[in-house]
Design a protein around this ligand. Structure first.
Ligand code: ZN
Length: 138
């Protein structure tokens, strides 16, 4: 049996869960393979450490505190209230800002259009003057 197969079966071997043939193969391999013997020793040491450790104790009244936090959270309607009140307000604000921005943008465009038509008029006048001066030979 190869080392990785032995290592895979060490835990089952310790628990007596292998059939006769597998048990004999693992035992025979461990006799001759120092690496797998070391792995077996480590596994045995880990198990002893686990069995000697006392089970973790929960802090006093942990369950009661968790349950009371859950109940307090259920009583607080903050989340639903936020959704019912703040979302429509945010939507109304967004619409108002959009209308305001649209109005300002429209006014700005209208002013710009007026300015540029004056510019065009001025440019036309200048062009005419230039043309007239050139044509007049001045
Ligand atoms: Zn081995």
């Amino acid at each position: 049996m190869k080392c990785h197969k032995v290592i895979d079966r060490l835990s089952a071997w310790l628990d007596g869960e292998l059939n006769d043939a597998e048990r004999a193969a693992v035992a025979g391999h461990i006799e001759v393979c120092p690496d797998c013997r070391r792995e077996l020793d480590r596994l045995v040491a880990d198990r002893e450490l686990l069995s000697s450790a006392s089970p973790a104790e929960e802090p006093p009244f942990l369950a009661a505190r968790v349950l009371s936090e859950i109940r307090a959270g259920q009583r607080r309607p903050a989340h639903g209230l936020l959704r019912r009140v703040l979302v429509p307000i945010a939507a109304a604000l967004l619409i108002a800002v959009s209308i305001g921005a649209g109005t300002m943008l429209g006014a700005g465009l209208a002013r710009k259009a007026t300015d540029s038509s004056e510019f065009v008029t001025n440019a036309d006048d200048q062009a005419l003057e230039t043309y007239a001066s050139l044509a007049g030979g001045e």
